[in-house]
Design a protein around this ligand. Structure first.
Ligand code: MN
Length: 203
C-alpha cells in the first residue's frame, strides 16, 4: 500500500504565491487521487506490494501489460508530487546559500540564468507536465521538461527539484497566466532542502 505523503507545511504557508484553496485541492484531491488509483491497480498483484515507489517506477517493465501504463501514470504522479511539495517552502525559508548559488552558477553561468532556463522550459512545455532540475550520471546539473507523468528518475537521473506545470497547479490562482505562476514559484523554492538533495546525489 502506498500512502499519501503529508505536506511539509500548512495549507496557507505558501500564500500569496500559491493559495490555501489550490494546495487543498492539489494535495488532498489530485495527489491523493493518484495514490488511491495506484493502490487500486496494484491490489490484485501481491508480488509488487513490497516495492518502494522509486523501484516500482524503475522496474515498470516487470508490470503486466494490461496495467503497466496506468501504473506508470499514477506512480509517476505520486512520485512527482512528492518531489514537488518538497521543492517548495514558505517565503521566509526560501534562501539560497552562497555555496549552492556557486554550484548552480557553475552549470548555468549564474542563478539568474538558471531561473531563465528553468522558467522558459515551463513556459515551453506544451500541455501538462513538469520541469526538473536533476543530477545526471556525470554529477552535473540538468534542466529537463517532461510530459504528463514522465519522470527523469527512470533515465538514471537524480531529481532534486521540480515544478508542476499541469493546469491544476495554478489555474485557480493564475488562470491561463502560467508565466506568473512560474515567477511566483521562484519566491518559494526550498533551496536548503534542494541543496541537501544535491549533496546526497553527488556524494
Ligand atoms: Mn499536480
Amino acid at each position: 500500500m502506498f500512502t499519501l505523503q503529508s505536506l511539509p507545511y500548512d495549507y496557507n504557508d505558501l500564500e500569496p504565491y500559491i493559495t490555501k484553496t489550490t494546495l487543498e485541492i492539489h494535495h488532498d484531491k489530485h495527489h491523493a487521487g493518484y495514490v488511491n488509483k495506484l493502490n487500486e491497480l496494484l491490489a490484485p498483484y501481491e508480488e509488487f506490494a513490497d516495492l518502494e515507489l522509486e523501484q516500482l517506477l524503475k522496474q515498470i517493465d516487470r508490470l503486466p501489460d494490461p496495467i503497466r501504463q496506468a501504473v506508470f501514470n499514477n506512480a509517476g504522479q505520486v512520485y512527482n508530487h512528492n518531489v514537488y511539495w518538497e521543492s517548495l517552502a514558505p517565503k521566509s525559508k526560501s534562501v539560497i546559500s552562497d555555496r549552492f548559488e556557486k554550484i548552480i552558477s557553475h552549470s548555468f553561468s549564474s542563478l539568474e540564468e538558471f531561473k531563465k532556463v528553468f522558467s522558459n522550459a515551463g513556459v515551453a512545455q506544451f500541455g501538462s507536465g513538469w520541469v526538473w532540475l536533476s543530477v545526471n550520471l556525470e554529477g552535473l546539473l540538468e534542466v529537463e521538461k517532461t510530459s504528463n507523468a514522465d519522470t527523469p528518475l527512470i533515465r538514471e537521473r537524480k531529481p532534486i527539484m521540480v515544478m508542476d506545470v499541469w493546469e491544476h497547479a495554478y489555474y485557480l490562482d493564475y488562470q491561463n497566466r502560467r508565466p506568473e505562476y512560474i515567477s511566483s514559484f521562484f519566491e518559494i523554492v526550498n533551496w536548503p532542502l534542494i541543496e541537501g538533495k544535491y549533496n546526497a546525489a553527488v556524494s
